[in-house]
Design a binder for this molecule. Structure first.
Ligand code: SAM
Ligand code: TMP
Ligand code: ZN
Length: 409
């Protein structure tokens, strides 16, 4: 009999469709020489709810293990993402925030990359960010931050102190939060009657279409679609009123929710729901077929890396992403196959990747000397990275990609 659990949105039955086995925390970079027995592992498996079609993890990692003082991810690490958030801030200023004394709340503001632009424009704002280290970076930029997890109680406290929010925004954060009932109750309470809750996260449709299985790791608890978000919103007195597909992070959707009945849903909502239905993206058969493609990628990637090792080629990783924890640990990639990984994040450099224990080195190490092949773990930043590292290609280096399938470019 297959494994089941209860849906974190509607309490229906979630049926498992893929098991990645034992995995470490994707952002828990290890100090060299640390006691291996101290490393935390959990079972990474993913399923779909038979009632509301929400795709979600089968097991939850306690939030304090993932989001704390030493959380290493800094949103400002990508120039493309900086531009993405600045563009959104600009757009909000001329639309939802173009009213008297607007107030915006961001969940998971991280290092303040988005709110800084609104703070500079003099907009009343608050970032809610539980990871202390990145919250401090935001505060240093002049962003007003509250160091806590957003949930219903936090929302009620913010409402009492600051009044209702015209915009509540969350990027790459809502999908990280299993306690969705508390979040949406909080949003419902804090949101101004005419306000909007805007959030953007990796899109299930893109994950299925591209077989981007490495989007699945401890922090990504939910894999949203327009259909599942619409049902989730409706259960909490909210309504999905707009969707916008985004090219960032390998394909995302920006969802806009309003109080139920407050706005007329755009045609884009019905169109995306229809597209999802036609592609049957949340059908168990579709999801099982996705799992078969994941197994194929593992077989092909390991075969390629072994062949390159036998040929005497040097392979290094590029981008010690959270996503790469799933790839390296699921595929059993160790230093025999990938010598080290280059990454620009200060908190990752000098440490070992979770589970697989590949050394993380500074970006300058990439060129000293260039490897023969680079395994592009940060494939969601491919254009930015491949342009920046053009000299690697010019020197005869080749990139290894594994989404949507294993290929060398
Ligand atoms: N918004 C940024 C971006 O898109 O680059 C940061 C995304 S980062 C992957 C996820 C962030 O969500 C982390 O900084 C984490 O601390 C924060 N987070 C996790 N649970 C949260 C919660 N309950 N309330 C607010 N933030 C949360
Ligand atoms: P992400 O896929 O979660 O955004 O993580 C990207 C990782 O890749 C992050 O650790 C920073 C790193 N990175 C580089 O090392 N160089 C780069 O040019 C970019 C864009 C990211
Ligand atoms: Zn459900």
């Amino acid at each position: 009999m297959s494994n089941t659990t209860n849906c974190r949105v509607c309490n229906g039955t979630v049926g498992e469709f893929f098991d990645f086995g034992r995995q470490p925390l994707s952002d828990a970079f290890v100090e060299p020489g640390a006691d291996p027995a101290q490393e935390f592992f959990y079972r990474l498996a993913v399923g779909v709810c038979g009632s509301c079609a929400m795709v979600q993890l089968m097991e939850e990692v306690p939030r304090d293990r993932m989001f704390h003082e030493a959380y290493p991810y800094h949103s400002s690490g990508s120039a493309v993402m900086r531009a993405h958030f600045e563009e959104l801030a600009k757009r909000l200023l001329t639309t939802e925030l173009a009213r008297e004394d607007p107030f915006v709340v961001e969940l998971g503001c991280n290092d303040g990359v988005m709110l800084k632009a609104l703070a500079d424009a003099g907009v009343r704002h608050l970032g809610v960010e539980p990871s202390g280290g990145v919250a401090d970076v935001a505060a240093l930029k002049g962003v007003r931050v509250r160091k806590s997890f957003f949930e219903e109680q936090t929302a009620r406290e913010i409402l009492a102190e600051d009044g209702p929010a015209d915009v509540i925004y969350a990027a790459n954060t809502l999908c990280h939060i299993p306690y969705m009932g508390s979040i949406l109750a909080g949003v419902k309470a804090l949101l101004h009657p005419g306000g909007v809750f805007v959030f953007e996260d990796p899109y299930l449709g893109d994950i299925i279409a591209r077989t981007s299985f490495d989007q699945i790791y401890d922090e990504h608890f939910f894999f949203f679609s327009a259909s599942s978000v619409r049902a989730m919103a409706a259960a909490h007195g909210l309504e999905l009123v707009d969707v916008e597909r985004l090219p960032v992070h390998g394909g995302e959707v920006r969802y806009t929710l309003a109080h139920a009945g407050a706005r007329t849903p755009s045609d884009a909502v019905a169109a995306l729901v229809a597209e999802e239905r036609a592609a049957a993206i949340d059908d168990p058969a579709t999801l099982r077929a996705f799992g078969e493609r994941v197994l194929r990628i593992r077989t092909d990637l390991v075969a390629l890396l072994r062949r390159l090792r036998e040929e005497g080629s040097v392979v290094v990783g590029y981008g010690a992403t959270a996503k790469s924890a799933t790839v390296t640990n699921f595929c059993g990639i160790d230093t025999d196959l990938v010598a080290y990984v280059c990454d620009s994040t200060p908190a990752k450099i000098g440490r070992l990747t979770p589970g697989a224990h590949l050394p993380v080195r500074e970006p300058a190490a990439f060129a000293a000397p260039y490897p023969d092949y680079a395994l592009l773990f940060a494939w969601n930043h491919a254009d930015e990275i491949m342009a920046k590292e053009q000299a690697f290609r010019d020197a005869g280096g080749r990139w290894i990609r594994y989404v949507p399938d294993v290929h060398v470019v």
